[in-house]
Write a protein that binds this ligand. Structure first.
Ligand SMILES: Nc1ncnc2c1ncn2[C@@H]1O[C@H](COP(=O)(O)OP(=O)(O)OP(=O)(O)O)[C@@H](O)[C@H]1O
Length: 524
């Protein structure tokens, strides 16, 4: 398909693209991660790279940043050939990268993080702390990042850390920055501020490659979009000239259907009973006297921005936090708080927030990870029969459309979105009475998102209950009812049919939440 977006305006001097990759191929054993792929990022451009999970985006990033060598292909930065593989400083001066997972070290100060491994001018010269602080202040000031360089990085918010990472990445001199799912851990305000910062930097001539599964963000921020599918370049186009349906079609190779989780919903069955009850829950430093209930057949959303406490409440239901007061009960029975085994026994399944930290055992296979919670079903008398594990896992791989060469592949070899599916698969394997899913579609592509949300709906349809803890509007739209938290309190509740602005306003604690009133008006 023709590229239509990179032609410079007539009359302007055409400069070499900041980055240009052509004919890039990369294999991992039998897996083809990239096949003759290409991308061109013009100077000062905001360019999105989108594609389904496993399409090859992260592989391209690792090649563009010099972390991996392609099997074939050429790479040029501002018209010059790429540095030799391994010359880290040379790569850093051409391309900066901010990954979804923070590379900031919590125990070091901001200044130390900014100048990690380059604290002093020469290898044997002692570090001059005052100098370091001043250089950090100057650097932060240059990029308009309002953070004290002397504080330990662990005290920063996710957003502040990200700004520090951006400043650090650009301080090596690059005018091209790759942002790999930078919004995954930010709430709506954080995303706005990040985008403001990126627009500022763009005005200063910095070009971006922006990777996101949130197509709206592509429309909000980028001028050009490149689509990869099944390891190959499919299309590059001007964002303004490409409708969402067309974009999704390019990503999936199928014409976009209009079915959504919305259409798939069924009303809660009559005669449902309360399956999860949270009564007057108080969690130190998080929430006070919070109540919530989920009935059989229901999918309830627990929405809230980062500091709302919604994630902690979800985690408490799964036994990860001890309550200072109040009660959590499942199917009428009180569950001891602060005990994961007690919650598991009560029938609570959890999709944790961070698959890297809480979710997966990286060097173990997809099969082992997917069945970790159900080893008792895999063989008699505490044994685990490999054949049974494999069959169990193969069913999950099929059911959840997990893209992997096989059940024996280590999860670390899977793309991010496919890893997330393994985490969901594992939670579903226990056949939970109450499924608590925290940001369950984080890093998952649009098509797989529908799929995962439909699976969660399946839990409710099987007569159980699901609680989706999220600030993602797509996740929340899949719920029958959404309870919104703001700073540890429930501030609003919506039945289906809410508008995006209403939900965002409620999550941001906008006084008087016209949202709630509106919902009533719209005839619940
Ligand atoms: N180190 C590795 N070993 C084996 N296979 C790998 C490795 N890294 C990536 N792959 C495979 O290469 C393919 C492309 O993966 P990649 O991570 O580039 O996809 P992606 O588009 O970034 O996906 P996502 O949106 O899920 O992050 C996938 O099939 C993945 O399993």
């Amino acid at each position: 398909m023709a590229d239509s977006a990179t032609a410079p305006a007539t009359g302007t001097v055409s400069r070499a693209p900041v980055a240009e990759a052509t004919g890039i191929s990369k294999r991992y054993g039998a897996t083809v991660a990239l096949r003759d792929a290409r991308i061109t990022i013009a100077e000062g451009e905001s360019h999105a790279l989108v594609g389904r999970n496993g399409a090859g985006k992260s592989t391209l990033v690792s090649i563009l940043t010099g972390l991996q060598q392609p099997d074939t292909g050429t790479l040029r930065f501002s018209g010059e050939p790429a540095p030799v593989f391994g010359d880290i400083d040379a790569w850093r001066s051409r391309v900066a990268c901010v990954y979804q997972r923070s590379t900031i070290i919590g125990d070091l100060t901001v200044a130390e993080n900014l100048f990690l491994n380059r604290q002093s001018d020469a290898a044997l010269r002692p570090i001059r702390w005052k100098d370091l602080r001043q250089r950090a202040e100057q650097l932060l000031g240059e990029y308009g990042v309002d953070v004290d360089p002397t504080v330990r990085a662990r005290h920063l918010t996710v957003e502040q850390r990200q700004f520090v990472e951006i400043a650090r990445a650009l301080s090596f001199g690059a005018r091209f920055i790759i942002l790999d799912e930078p919004t995954a851990k930010l709430d709506a305000r954080g995303i706005d501020r990040l985008f403001d910062k990126l627009r500022d930097l763009q005005r200063q001539g910095v070009a971006f490659l922006f990777i996101s599964h949130h197509l709206q963000e592509v429309y909000d921020l980028c001028t050009t979009v490149t689509v990869y599918r099944d390891a190959a370049h499919i299309r590059t186009a001007a964002v303004a000239g490409l409708g969402k349906h067309e974009l999704v079609e390019a990503m999936t190779g199928e014409s976009a259907t209009t079915t959504s989780a919305d259409d798939a919903r069924t009303a809660s069955p009559a005669g449902s009973k309360e399956l999860l009850a949270v009564d007057g829950l108080t969690l130190t430093g998080t929430c006070r006297d919070l109540s919530l209930s989920v009935r059989t057949g229901e999918v309830v959303g627990l929405a809230g921005a980062t500091a709302s406490g919604n994630v902690q409440v979800g985690e408490a239901v799964a036994g990860l936090h001890r309550a200072e007061g109040g009660r959590i009960s499942v199917d009428g029975r009180t569950v001891r708080t602060g005990s994961v085994p007690a919650s598991l026994t009560a029938g609570v399944g959890l999709v944790p927030e961070d698959r890297h930290v809480q979710g997966l055992v990286n060097n173990r296979s997809v099969a082992e990870n997917a069945t970790l919670t159900v080893t008792d079903q895999l063989g008699p008398f505490g044994t685990v029969l490999p054949a049974r594990t494999r069959i169990f896992a193969q069913r999950m791989i099929r059911d959840l459309d997990i893209k992997t060469p096989g059940a024996g592949t280590p999860v670390s070899a899977l793309s991010g979105g496919n890893q997330q599916k393994v985490v969901v698969a594992r939670a579903l394997a226990t056949d939970p009475h109450v499924l608590v899913a925290i940001r369950p579609t984080n890093g998952v592509d649009v098509k797989s998102k529908e799929f995962l949300l439909a699976r969660i709906r399946g839990v409710a349809e099987a007569g159980k209950a699901a609680l989706i803890v999220s600030d993602e509007l797509d996740d929340l739209r899949a719920c029958d009812r959404v309870v919104v938290m703001f700073h540890g309190r429930v501030v609003a509740e919506f039945d289906r049919g809410w508008k995006d602005e209403q939900m965002v306003a409620a999550m941001e604690g906008v006084a008087g939440t016209p949202a709630a009133a509106d919902t009533e008006e719209h005839g619940r």
